[in-house]
Design a protein around this ligand. Structure first.
Ligand SMILES: Nc1ncnc2c1ncn2[C@@H]1O[C@H](COP(=O)(O)OP(=O)(O)OP(=O)(O)O)[C@@H](O)[C@H]1O
Length: 304
């Protein structure tokens, strides 16, 4: 079988290298220093996160990826101020984070719109919460327009598709004009086509406003397509494995999914997240220990 020779994921074109140089000269918006989180559970102490360190620069797009249970959701909840941490600190614009605040917008996987409010009212609700009173309809409409839903401003959530609901959730989060947008698998519940469209929308939105994004995902392609850098975590305990600079140039487009830089990055993520089978057992850690639940003489046994 012939193999395609891929470049190293560390190889960067001149343009990509220059982009990273400029990006790292921008101010640091969010800094995570020595962050740790332990949970006490009936089974004992669980170290969900250990010594996590990273910085995001202004208008940077960082994706966080890792196997199930590596602490992605715990990390984003701590960044949002919804969960306390056990050690280390989170600094936003150099100030410690000690709870939720309008400087951080959140978009979750589940649809979190108020079903009894229209699209416009949902967007305005966020603004009222952040005490930006006196907000005009017009301002809400600008955010709704940004996510391409002007025609649906007076619709209720049940009248919208899944993708449209997530666009409203993004508009609502952005209307507060946060410094950072925290997104926890926001497109995880969408079908593949809608998900691809939402990724393109998000990149368009990000290009047009001054926002730094931390985006949690399980999906390797999604992470490479969206991110400037990808923070790769490992599980038990959740620790940083690597912070990868994505060598795929901007502007991003779906044709790049098969480019050598994209495939090389994907191969690296695969190796980090789904390591080869263990040498001792020949089985990967998540091998299922299947127990036979049907009698041996079951009439369909012979077809397997
Ligand atoms: N409230 C809690 N009490 C006890 N343990 C918890 C709690 N929340 C999370 N954990 C544990 O912390 C670890 C990290 O969980 P977390 O949900 O952050 O991981 P994740 O990477 O988001 O997982 P997934 O990708 O499956 O959603 C897991 O081992 C989990 O069991």
């Amino acid at each position: 079988m012939s193999h395609i020779e891929l470049p190293s994921y560390l190889d960067q074109s001149e343009a990509v290298r220059e982009r990273f140089t400029r990006l790292k000269q921008r101010p640091v918006i969010l800094e995570v220093k020595g962050l740790g989180k332990d949970f006490e559970s009936p089974q004992g102490r669980v170290t969900a996160l250990r010594d996590i360190n990273f910085k995001t620069h202004r208008r940077e797009f960082v994706c966080v990826i890792g196997p199930s249970g590596c602490g992605k959701s715990t990390l984003v909840r701590i960044l949002a101020g919804l969960e306390s941490h056990s050690s280390g600190e989170v600094l936003l614009d150099g100030r410690p984070v000690h709870g939720p605040g309008p400087d951080r917008g959140m978009v979750f996987q589940g649809y979190t719109l108020f079903p009894w409010l229209t699209v416009k009212q949902n967007v305005m609700f966020g603004l009222k919460m952040s005490r930006r009173t006196g907000m005009e309809d017009q301002e809400a409409m600008q955010w709704i327009d940004l996510v391409g839903l002007a025609r649906f401003a007076d619709s209720y959530p049940h009248q919208l598709s899944g993708g449209m609901k997530q666009r409203v959730a993004i508009a609502r989060a952005l209307a507060n004009q946060p410094r950072v947008l925290l997104m926890d698998e926001p497109f995880g519940a969408l079908d593949a086509q809608t998900r691809a469209r939402m990724q393109a929308y998000l990149l368009d939105i990000w290009k047009n406003i001054d926002i730094t994004i931390v985006f949690i995902t399980h999906d390797l392609d999604e992470a490479i397509y969206l991110a400037d850098r990808i923070l790769v975590l490992k599980a038990h305990p959740g620790e940083v494995q690597e912070l990868i600079e994505v060598p795929v140039p901007h502007p991003r487009n779906p044709d790049q999914f098969l480019s050598p830089g994209f495939l090389a990055t994907k191969a690296r993520l695969e190796a980090l997240i789904h390591p080869p089978q263990s040498e001792e057992t020949g089985l990967s850690e998540d091998h299922l220990n299947l127990v036979r639940m049907v009698p041996l003489d079951d009439e369909v046994s012979d077809v397997y």
